[in-house]
Design a protein around this ligand. Structure first.
Ligand code: HPA
Ligand SMILES: [Zn+2]
Length: 343
């Protein structure tokens, strides 16, 4: 019935402990309603919800912008270094429970500096939690600073200036927020500067935006990975190019469903991506808002698309090969997958 598995339960058990990396996770999107209330109280911030149930009920989105409006409002409860530490620590405990061995975390500094929170407060809180997770769980990490694409390139440039003292802890830069109307070309110069600083480069492209935005991410920003990339499938030449380049796509199934990028999980393109030899990975994006952490994402697509053991192993392997770990660390992680398969 399920290729490589005796039953659906057997597959769920396999997914639960499968060693994996998460490469597309906005730390602000892991803010659970319970912590939102706790921090609102701690920092004396008013929130327009009476209880956790009201917050969850507000998480019904018909597109990316619907979500972003509530996401930027939610992050308003984060004020102190301890808040960012607590947020990141809570995510890492969930990641550990999902057999995540390596994480590459996005953060949105402009969502905080715009509100008067110091850049240092954000980076120091997040990175202290990342250091703790290495000691506590052995989870390794990279940190990726995203520019908000609805803001100007000059503002992104100023944010890169603010990051300069912290480049020892920041591994890459990304591009997120409202995609349509804000093509990668708008940020060509600031990404060139980031490359000159030896930062890794990623960009959200082809989530709601057209294939042309994916081409721009490749040709103008010179990305090392594409975040989402779903709409690449509309352009066979682009698919062939991404496959030939071994370009990793960080795909987010529950996000795609909640933001109506797909109408139904059964219509999710993940299996088509794998058949086209695209280096797809599975990730949670904003797990608190989209209804599940990384294993829930694997499980949802596995059920809807009846993924085989071989496909699940490919996804987990892709998560390490597409990571920014060095070759020795990648080899070590891939060996843990081989050992897992042979149990
Ligand atoms: O899925 C996303 N897309 C664009 N911007 C975002 N910021 C947080 N999540 C997202
Ligand atoms: Zn994202």
């Amino acid at each position: 019935m399920h290729d490589g598995f005796a039953s659906a339960d057997d597959r769920a058990t396999f997914i639960a402990a499968l060693p994996k990396a998460e490469l597309h996770l906005h730390i602000e999107g892991s803010l659970e309603p319970e912590l939102m209330f706790e921090l609102a109280q701690r920092n004396n911030v008013a929130i327009p919800f009476a209880n956790v149930e009201e917050v969850r009920a507000a998480y019904a989105f018909s597109n990316l912008q619907d979500f972003l409006d509530i996401y930027y409002q939610g992050m308003g409860v984060l004020h102190t270094e301890q808040d960012f530490f607590d947020l990141t620590t809570a995510y890492l405990a969930r990641a550990h429970a999902d057999a995540v061995r390596h994480v590459e975390i996005f953060f949105d500094p402009q969502g905080h500096t715009e509100r008067g929170i110091a850049f240092a407060t954000v980076v120091l809180g997040i990175s202290r939690a990342l250091d703790d997770a290495l000691a506590r769980y052995g989870i390794t990490s990279k940190l990726i600073m995203c520019f908000l694409r609805h803001l100007s390139e000059a503002e992104a440039d100023a944010t890169l200036d603010e990051a300069l003292p912290y480049l020892g802890r920041i591994d890459g830069v990304g591009l997120d927020s409202s995609e349509v109307g804000h093509p990668p070309s708008k940020f060509e110069r600031v990404f060139a500067r980031a490359r000159s600083l030896d930062l890794k480069i990623v960009a959200h492209a082809g989530e709601e935006g057209p294939p042309a935005y994916v081409y721009e991410a490749l040709d103008l920003l010179k990305v090392d990975r594409i975040d989402h990339g779903n709409r690449s499938l509309e352009d066979p030449a682009l698919v062939a190019r991404l496959a030939a380049a071994g370009m990793t796509l960080t795909v987010c199934p529950l996000s795609n469903l909640k933001l109506c990028v797909v109408d139904d999980m059964a219509a999710h393109p993940l299996k088509i991506m794998l058949s086209a030899r695209l280096h797809a990975t599975v990730n949670s994006d904003d797990p608190s808002y989209f209804g599940g952490y990384v294993n829930a994402n694997y499980q949802a697509v596995a059920d809807a698309l009846d993924l085989s053991k071989a496909e699940l192993l490919t996804l987990a392997r892709n998560s390490f090969t597409g990571s920014f770990l060095d070759d020795a660390a990648k080899a070590k992680q891939l060996a843990t997958i081989d050992a897992y398969t042979q149990r």
